[in-house]
Design a protein around this ligand. Sequence first.
Ligand SMILES: [Zn+2]
Length: 136
Amino acid sequence: MDIGIISQDERSAAFFDAAALGTLLIKRCRACGTWLGPEAGGCPDCGATGDDGPGWVPASGRGTLISWAVVYPRPASAGEALPTVLALVEVDEGPWLHTRLDTGDPAALHAGDPVQAHFAHPPTGESFPYFRLTRG
Ligand SMILES: [Zn+2]
């Protein structure tokens, strides 16, 4: 599935460098220990920012499917193209991540399904995480 070319910037470099090595990074507040999503700049719980605030930490890569949307290809590109599933996943550490779910049958998805992070390594652009169901 084509999600376009991803480019990292200063704020996302650590996240995408880790994805290239097969590691999912999220953030955890250095001051209070609250787990946060990759996009967190400051801690919503204690207000810490900068070197005292959220820092990158490896996540388990395991999670739970919260919600999802099935996006169908535009008619011009239909043909063999499969629908894309955009998902909201709660990783075991707690934060919710917006991600892509690789599934053969979107109609078979259920909220609460266990999922696991995998990594795509496109020929151009950054590697990125996506999720797959862990059941049968
Ligand atoms: Zn905090």
